[in-house]
Ligand binder design. Structure first.
Ligand SMILES: C[S@@+](CC[C@H](N)C(=O)[O-])C[C@H]1O[C@@H](n2cnc3c(N)ncnc32)[C@H](O)[C@@H]1O
Length: 261
């Protein structure tokens, strides 16, 4: 049995879904609605119905669904580089993020990693996300509102190289060009046993980050790269795709175990 199928409500954000089409986000309302580039659609059959209600637009049938992470990440506005889903999920693992956790993140950027974090900490958890540029946080805030998870996220405009206000948090995650400038502040924010995980674009930055993590006193510091190879599946001709993203970023992590000397 899946999770409870709450009826969809007027004012809720939903996606109109059809195989092969981009998911289209609309606010659920009764009656006919004109949607730019799409036409007129009557959403009334979806109001008060469980996910999967059917509506017709332009002679074609669409399913009305609540947005999933995959819909939100594909359609998010991206004013900055983002953490790709494969890296985001593994960063959560490296940072020990669980339901109910309190997590500090920097920088917010487009908010893709914030979205994964907010989803993972659940209704009892909290994500505090810092960015020194408020313009970047605008896109991230819009994404979190669309996802319905904004109440789990506290947006802070600030430079984490100057400090992190929170204390006794479970995890800190950085996606910054110079994470080493804030590594000591991550230590100060973490509880004993908490994790720091960092996403890093180049080898030079990776060396610098890991050196600083060891200097600050983190234990079990290690780094890795994840390679994702898409597979084209066709009857009798299944093979890796000729196109592949060669590099996204490196992942480094460590744990606050001992006392800093
Ligand atoms: C690559 S983006 C983060 C992307 C984000 N993880 C995502 O998935 O959408 C890096 C962000 O870090 C912010 N930033 C850089 N240095 C910072 C610092 N010292 N303190 C706070 N934010 C910082 C930048 O403004 C930028 O928005």
């Amino acid at each position: 049995m899946g999770k409870e199928q709450r009826p969809m409500q007027v004012g809720e954000l939903v996606v109109l879904y059809k195989e092969g089409s981009r998911p289209l986000f609309v606010e659920l309302a009764s009656g006919k609605k004109l949607i730019d580039g799409f036409g007129v659609v009557d959403l009334t059959p979806a109001v008060g119905a469980p996910e999967g209600a059917r509506v017709v637009a332009g002679g074609e049938e669409y399913l009305v669904l609540r947005p999933a992470l995959v819909d939100l990440t594909r359609t998010a506005r991206r004013p900055t580089q983002i953490v790709t889903p494969k890296d985001a999920q593994y960063l959560l693992f490296l940072a020990g993020v669980t339901a109910g956790a309190r997590v500090v993140e920097a920088g917010t950027g487009s908010g893709l990693l914030t979205l994964f974090l907010a989803n993972a900490v659940g209704p009892g958890g909290q994500v505090v996300t810092y960015d020194r540029k408020s313009a970047h946080q605008d896109a991230a805030q819009a994404l979190l509102r669309r996802s319905g998870l904004a109440d789990r996220v506290l947006f802070r405009q600030g430079d984490v190289s100057e400090g992190i206000e929170e204390r006794e948090v479970d995890s800190v995650i950085f996606d910054l060009p110079e994470p080493w400038t804030a590594t000591a502040h991550a230590w100060g924010a973490l509880r004993a046993g908490g994790f720091l995980a960092t996403y890093i674009p180049t080898y030079n930055q990776l060396e610098h980050s890991v050196r600083e993590m060891r200097t600050v006193g983190f234990s079990d510091v290690h780094a890795l790269e994840l390679i994702e190879r898409p597979i084209q599946v066709g009857e009798g001709g299944t093979r890796p795709s000729f196109e592949m993203l060669g590099h996204t970023g490196f992942l480094a992590a460590g744990r606050k175990v001992g006392v800093r000397t």
